[in-house]
Design a binder for this molecule. Structure first.
Ligand code: ADP
Ligand code: MG
Length: 701
């Protein structure tokens, strides 16, 4: 069947008038035959079994029964009428009930004629009843082509109240298959189909809508899920390849003096295997003539800083400048300080530019950037201002993916002739399958190994009632010279209340930990940047032992002497936030602790989050749990939801299929980049169609 047929507007299908077409478009986004075919069932009802009324149990979900209606009556009740039919088989009697559509039902139902009914049963007034049953005359039922595994299609309130029931959709689907003679063009190549032992397209479509049995249904679903994920991956991988062939980058051909000197003489520790591997991946990119576009994932404390630093040295060695952009002032300062430390024996010039840089030093920075005297610029959003012009920016590193949008990233691109190489670093591990779908067009490096000798942070969950014990523990730690974070939630919707909690908490801490024995810092979002900085620095320098804060300290802050993280109202934090906060401790040589404080009232999800935190410190494992709890849309925010809008596959459950699909897509484009081998024509055509009719599958962007 050619693609023209599939693009036929839905109103041309027999049984779909203008009204129904309107509803289908509005409610389900079905514009064409193709859209209808791609409306996949949410689930299937097993209609291979028939029940007798005497066998019914109160726990039955949905049942199918053969019997006759012996009597129909209208029952007046407080809110409107209900229509009740007495339904019997040879074993007993039950009731069928309707709350609407009485007239139609009364006129059409036949008394004393065998029917097959299907639906959920209730136990009511000492009798089973079935509200709004699906009904079919036994005679028609026996002749029907409908399969025993009955699909249940996605629907809406509006559709069912307008009479477009599941049954109607099913009938339309039959009509469509009848008109198409079930001859759908193959959309995958022969070698692919045979190597994965897939059903043909036609068989798969038929069996997903009219499954002959469980086995064929499973194979049909596999084939269609594979296909859906395969074409997304093909699109993403292709975008990556096109990017590489079209977007030129400055090739950093040599590994020069800065890099070599640092590597030979000044490396503060032995690099981990993962750090070496990732550096090699970055070096390969930088050495090629294409612009690097790489995401570097690594859990908190995995050692991204030094990898980023050595990448910058490669830029410098090739006569280019580099910059690093961080989401907050505090983080920029920390990055700046650690770079100064790392580079102290190298002859390079590093500057810091943030919102609080004075006008005069700002002017100086602008000048020295343009004349090339500054080698590396660190800073916040201030880097994106128009006045900031580099002489020759070769590498831009962005810390913390989430906080910068794509538009901001590309602003950096326009600073000079060629776009600089871009390395995005994120400490929020993203499950591999999700990363493949969302960042599938980027190259991804993962530091999946922590530096040696790191002690796992001991994590416990304590109820508020045990607060005094917790305070005693904190005093013990402080007496050993350690420092402590106490973090309060700050959620936008309840900001005023949260500030009150924070201030109340602060006051009780100050009471419990009195001066001069104890010094307490406080940092929160309503403070002026300079005050925040001042307080933060007192803590960093060890002048205060306790830091009371909202989540402003979540990202990146590095105080190795801090060994305890107390998280108040921990049930209100998301998993990735909890994990980030915990990452603030465990940075020194001492055993560190994370104490999750909650009330006794916990939701099931909150309990799962706390248990996960106590059980594991592996950021990727935590991210997997987070994905299951929150779903992909919530996890990544709405910006990426298009990619996740799948028709049949499920990014959480079908991760294995996704991996296979991606590897096939990569292999295919490697062997036949233009898809010009005749055996790949079906793929080329399908791909072109998908791009052309972008409304078909809305993830093709
Ligand atoms: P993150 O990935 O969170 O940015 P950092 O780069 O800040 O991690 O590294 C965390 C700590 O681990 C730092 O104190 C750093 O000096 C140290 N570190 C990094 N790599 C190694 C290594 N290979 N061996 C020992 N310590 C390391
Ligand atoms: Mg870091």
């Amino acid at each position: 069947m050619n693609s023209g047929f599939l693009q036929t507007p839905i109103e041309y299908l027999k049984g779909v008038g203008p009204n129904r077409a309107n509803l289908l478009r509005k409610e389900l986004g079905i514009h064409t035959y193709q859209d209808l075919i791609n409306l996949f069932p949410n689930r299937y009802l097993d209609r291979t079994q028939y029940y007798k009324i005497a066998q019914l149990k109160q726990t039955n979900a949905e049942v199918q029964i053969i019997g006759r209606i012996t009597h129909i009556k209208t029952v007046q009740q407080q809110r409107g009428k209900r229509l009740v039919a007495t339904f019997t088989d040879e074993t007993g009697t039950m009731e069928l009930v309707w709350f609407r559509g009485h007239k139609w039902i009364r006129e059409n139902l036949k008394l004393n004629t065998p029917y097959v009914i299907f639906g959920k049963t209730n136990w009511f007034n000492n009798m089973f009843s079935m509200p709004h049953p699906e009904m079919e005359l036994l005679e028609a039922h026996e002749k029907s082509l409908r399969s025993a595994m009955q699909p249940v299609y996605p629907s809406t309130e509006k559709l069912s109240s307008s009479g477009i029931t599941n049954r109607v959709i099913n009938t339309l689907m039959q009509q469509l298959f009848l008109e198409s003679k079930n001859a759908f063009a193959e959309t995958l190549s022969k070698p692919l189909i045979s190597s994965l032992k897939l059903l043909s397209k036609s068989e798969a479509l038929f069996n997903v809508h009219f499954p002959k049995n469980q086995g064929l249904l499973a194979r049909a679903q596999y084939r269609l899920k594979f296909e859906e994920l395969f074409y997304i991956q093909l699109q993403l991988v292709r975008k990556n390849l096109v990017h590489k062939s079209k977007i030129k980058g400055y090739p950093f051909e040599k590994v020069g003096e800065h890099f070599n000197t640092f590597f030979k003489d000044h490396l503060p520790f032995k690099l981990t295997g993962a750090q070496k591997r990732v550096l090699k991946e970055i070096r390969n990119d930088l050495g090629s003539k294409a612009q690097m576009n790489r995401l570097l994932q690594g859990d908190v404390g995995s050692g991204k800083t030094i990898v980023a630093f050595m990448s910058k040295l490669l830029a410098l060695d090739n006569g280019f400048q580099a910059c690093l952009m961080a989401p907050t002032e505090i983080l920029s300062v920390q990055h700046y300080n650690s770079l100064i430390e790392l580079s102290k024996s190298l002859n390079i010039s590093i500057s810091l530019l943030t919102g609080s840089t004075s006008t005069s030093s700002r002017r100086e920075i602008h000048e020295n950037l343009e004349n090339g005297r500054i080698n590396i610029l660190i800073g916040t959003h201030a880097l994106l201002e128009d006045k900031v012009k580099f002489k020759n920016l070769g590498l831009a590193i962005i810390d913390e993916q989430h906080r910068f949008g794509v538009a901001q990233r590309s602003k950096l691109w326009h600073k000079n002739e060629f776009p600089p190489h871009v390395l995005v670093m994120t400490a929020t591990p993203i499950p591999r399958t999700l990363a493949m779908s969302i960042y599938g067009d980027l190259d991804i490096s993962v530091i999946d190994e922590l530096p040696p000798g790191r002690k796992e942070v001991k994590t416990v969950h304590r109820f508020d009632a045990n607060r005094l014990k917790v305070f005693r523990f904190l005093k013990d730690e402080i007496s050993k010279g350690r420092q402590v974070y106490i973090v309060y939630p700050l959620i936008q919707e309840s900001e005023a209340l949260d500030y009150k909690d924070l201030m109340d908490g602060y006051e009780s801490i100050v009471r419990e930990f009195p001066m001069p024995q104890y010094q307490v810092s406080i940092v929160h979002g309503q403070m002026k940047a300079a005050d925040k900085e001042f307080e933060m620095n007192r803590f960093i320098k060890g002048e205060t032992q306790i830091m009371v804060a909202t989540t402003v300290i979540e990202v990146g802050v590095n105080v190795p002497n801090a060994s305890v993280m107390v998280i108040e109202s921990a049930e209100r934090f998301g998993l990735s936030q909890l994990h980030q906060l915990r990452g603030r401790v465990g940075r020194g040589a001492e055993q560190s602790y994370c104490i999750l404080m909650t009330s006794h009232k916990l939701t099931h999800d909150a309990r799962t989050r706390l248990e996960t935190m106590v059980k594991t410190s592996d950021g990727f494992e935590i991210a997997e749990v987070d994905l299951k709890l929150r779903g992909p849309g919530d996890l990544m925010g709405t910006q990426q939801s298009g990619v996740l809008n799948l028709r049949i596959a499920d990014i959480i459950k079908d991760g294995e299929i996704l991996k296979i699909a991606r590897s096939y897509a990569i292999q295919l484009l490697k062997e036949d980049p233009a898809l010009s081998n005749s055996e790949n024509f079906p793929i080329r055509n399908t791909f072109a169609q998908l791009v052309k009719y972008r409304n078909i599958w809305n993830y093709i962007s």
